[in-house]
Every structure is written in structure tokens, then in C-alpha cells.
Design a protein around this ligand. Sequence first.
Ligand code: SAM
Length: 319
Amino acid sequence: MKRLLVGYRAQDLFVKGRRGAKQPSPLLDGEVTCHVLDIYHRHAIEKTHHVKAVCSAHLPEGPWDEIYFKTGPKLMSGELSLDMLQEISRLTGGDLRPPRFHLEFEGKERDRNALLEKIVGDPGRVRDFSSTWRASVPGCEPIELTSLPGCFCHRRADDGGLALAEVVSRELSARGDAAEGLEFLDMGCGCGLVGFLVASAVKGVGLVMVDSHSRAVEAANLNSKRLGIPAEIILSDNGTPARMDGSFDVFAGNPPYYSDYRIAEVFLETAVRALKPGGTCYTVVKNDAGLKPVQERYFPSVEVVRRRGYCVLKSVKTA
Ligand SMILES: C[S@@+](CC[C@H](N)C(=O)[O-])C[C@H]1O[C@@H](n2cnc3c(N)ncnc32)[C@H](O)[C@@H]1O
């Protein structure tokens, strides 16, 4: 019996046993593969459970005897749930009922039924959930970027990302010919908003992008090809130590702030490791009061550049 679990995190794969003790969920019995979209969750599952975990932008082909899908409004956007369910429906030949398919929906019954009905009620329809939109920095032609459900800020440019791209583009352009050949690291690249805008404004920049989300990496690869801007695009949640070898001139990151500054610190640790002495680190945040003291622990000084209601925090690596 080959079972595919979709949307489960490490903590979802426990049940309460006798006296409230945590024990592995019965879902893990047998030949099980867990699919996740973010490599952080693959690492967490592999560390916690003895089970195969796959991180990819699309579901593994199988064949699968059973597919379990965990979702709900607090776990995934409606569009991502629909996109995943459409993929599951293709893998089960349209059979979205037990025993072939099980939906664990955290939310209201009517929302659960509405989600299922959108796919079951219209079996022949294959929806394209990608979105293509334009973004630009002052003085440059707009570029077209494609994002996918699961990408941060799907269907539009994030203002924080735009503020970061504008400040970095302006400062690198001001270096004139000296900007040619600079090695630029865009961490948490999403679909590539910051990196591609900077590379379109400052010619000859060598672009490396990193993201922990497989859909971000897929979208960034797609955008690199469509824009004709070469980039090395890496799936990683730990700053990929092998590549982060002190060879970068510029680091830019728009980290997520949902776990206080824990992820921002992963970004800053990477920046310190990745930059050459004299290299510049730029991060962006809505309000600098929280991030500035954190960044000061990694760099000797932090300059705040205000743009679009955001703060871009600039630091230079010394020795
Ligand atoms: C706020 S979004 C920024 C996306 C894009 N740079 C922009 O400005 O629109 C943060 C990105 O960081 C990624 N991310 C989160 N933790 C990460 C980690 N440990 N390593 C690399 N990327 C990470 C997320 O997947 C997400 O794409």
C-alpha cells in the first residue's frame, strides 16, 4: 500500500497516546512518502520521523494507492489548496473519495465542501494558477515576472521587495562601471523580484538566488529563462554553506518576519558568511526598531534608508 501525504508538517504526524504522550501517527505505517513545498519542512520531517520526505514544486507521480491531503485557510491560501487538489485529482484519475483520497480540512465544513466541489463539479477543467505581472525600478523598463501559488506575494510585487530593489539598484548604478561583474546574492528570492530588477538595472551583475520554497525556485527559474537573465538558483533553507564562501560583493534579503527574527538571523548569518570584506548587506523591514539591533549583532554599523514606507538596512562587512 503506497501512501502519499500532502501538506503535513512534522508536528502533524503525531497523535496523543496513553497518558497524553506523543506517538507517531498511524498515517506513517506502511510505505509512506510525505510531500512538502518548503525544504525546511522536509528537514523537520526527516529529523523527527523515519519516513521519506520529498520537496518539489509539484506532487511526485506515484502511482499511489492512497493520498491524504491536509489543508485549511490557516495552512494554505485558497488558490494553493485548489492547485494541489487539482494535481491530486489528476493522480487519482479524478477519484476524490475514500479509500483513494482523504481530505483533512482544518476549517469550516462548508469551505471544505466548496473546495472539493470546485474540482469534482468541473472535472474536465484544468486551471492555470500562475500569474504574470510587471514590476520596475525608476529609470528602467518594466520587467514581466511570473509567480505561482505558494510563492510569497503571488500575483503582485511586494512593496518591501520593491523598496529593496530600488535602493540596491540606485546604489549599484551610482558605482558606474565598477558595478560590472559584481557578485550579487538574493536570499529568499521568491519568484526573483529583487534579483531580476537589480540585474535589469545594473548590467553585468552575477546573480545567485536562494529560496527554501520549491515553488519560488521554480518561478525564479522560469523568470530567468523568460527574461534572458542568467542566474544560479538554489533550493536551501540554511544558506547553502558550500556556495556561501565569502565571494559575494552584495547581499540582499527581504526575510519573512513570522517567527520574530529567527529567519532574519539565518539571512544575516548567511550574509556575513557570503560577503567579501567590504561587501554590502541590504535587508528590508517595515519598521527598523526590531531588526536594527539584530543586524547590529552581525555587522559593525547599520544605516537606515527609507523608501516606500519601508526601511532598508544597509551594512558593510569589515574584515
Ligand atoms: C518576504 S519573502 C520575499 C520574496 C522576494 N524576495 C520579494 O521581496 O518579494 C521571503 C522569502 O524567503 C523565503 N525563505 C524563508 N525562509 C528561508 C530560508 N531559511 N532560506 C531561504 N529562503 C527562505 C520564503 O520562501 C520567501 O520566498
